[in-house]
Write a protein that binds this ligand. Structure first.
Ligand code: NDP
Length: 285
């Protein structure tokens, strides 16, 4: 039986410490502020944005939603970002992805000031992360690192295998594990004989986007299994990339879906926003 890594509980503990930092900032006259830009009416994006705003409000971070119509021109969106870059009351800027097809996401992300890039997606943030420099780390892999840390999982010298190489999850995940001295293997859709790699993992990270894709056939006994996936199965039930029922009996630790990695992503967004507000206070001194 695996030990269940409870992301809800760990996320709550971290949120409490962030709330304490929000109070300290307020005592020094600063209210941490996050601006979220939502373009269009994508229902999933609307839900994500609502959750982010609610989480901000719950711990005293000011949140501002800039809602723009689907037909917004790229230039207009960039102007909004530039205005936010210059606002002193906004410490974090997040543009909810995906954007409508006529807008170039790379241009948009690159326009966010690196000092306010709390999603950690801009080329400067990514470059700094690669170099191990101080920067905002992308929230989902950062959240996974916190789950591993809070669960006391040793990383140095361990073999971490990542399934998935997206810019927002897989790639940065491997970098963060490498920085903690894990030996990292990336796998993806062109990998031949996937189980031959995943079976070697002491720490297996699934970020594939396919319901119940990882089964016991992919997992070495006593591996730590982290499931980043959020999918709907054939019964419209929320499930991860890992077949939990099949894998849980052989893993040493495992994250459930929901209640594993999911709650950590917003937690780390709050963390980065407060960090940014603290940074500005430091610069003003
Ligand atoms: P992407 O679709 O961007 O990337 C999926 C990755 O999986 C790609 O690198 C792809 O390979 C790889 N892949 C696809 N099929 C296979 C296969 N058969 N064998 C091996 N690798 C495969 O997804 P994301 O990284 O954005 O998200 C992954 C999952 O995590 C999704 O379920 C998403 O909903 C969830 N997610 C959860 C978050 C959270 O807060 N918990 C936050 C972000 C994402 P290739 O590059 O070759 O195409």
């Amino acid at each position: 039986m695996a030990s269940i890594i409870n992301g809800k509980e760990i996320g709550q503990q971290i949120r409490q410490s962030i709330a304490d930092r929000v109070v300290k900032l307020k005592e020094q006259g600063v209210t941490a502020g996050l601006a979220v830009i939502l373009v269009g009416d994508n229902p999933a994006s609307q839900t994500y944005v609502r959750n982010k705003q609610k989480s901000c409000e719950a711990i005293g971070i000011y949140s501002e939603l800039i809602k723009l119509p689907e037909e917004t021109k790229e230039e207009e969106l960039l102007e909004h970002i530039k205005t936010l870059n210059n606002r002193q009351d906004i410490h974090g800027i997040l543009v909810q992805l995906p954007l409508p097809k006529h807008i170039n996401e790379d241009n948009v992300i690159a326009t966010i000031s690196p000092d306010k890039d709390v999603d950690g997606f801009s080329p400067i943030s990514v470059g700094k992360m690669m170099l191990g420099q101080d920067t905002f780390l992308p929230c989902t892999p950062f959240g996974v690192m916190k789950l591993l840390e809070f669960s006391g999982v040793e990383l140095a010298g361990k073999h971490a295998v990542i399934v998935g190489r997206s810019h927002i999850v897989g790639k940065p995940m491997g970098q963060l594990l490498l920085q903690k001295d894990a030996t990292v293997t990336y796998t993806h859709s062109k990998t031949k004989d996937l189980p031959s790699f995943t079976k070697q993992a002491d720490i297996l990270i699934a970020a594939v986007g396919r319901a119940n894709f990882i089964t016991s056939e992919h997992v070495k006994p006593d591996a730590v299994v982290i499931d980043v996936g959020i999918n709907r199965d054939e019964n419209n039930k929320l499930v991860g990339d890992v077949d939990f029922t099949d894998v849980e009996p052989i893993a040493s630790h495992i994250t459930p879906v929901p209640g594993g990695v999911g709650p950590m992503t917003i937690t780390m967004l709050l963390y980065n926003t407060v960090q940014s507000a603290e940074n500005t206070l430091q610069q003003d001194k």
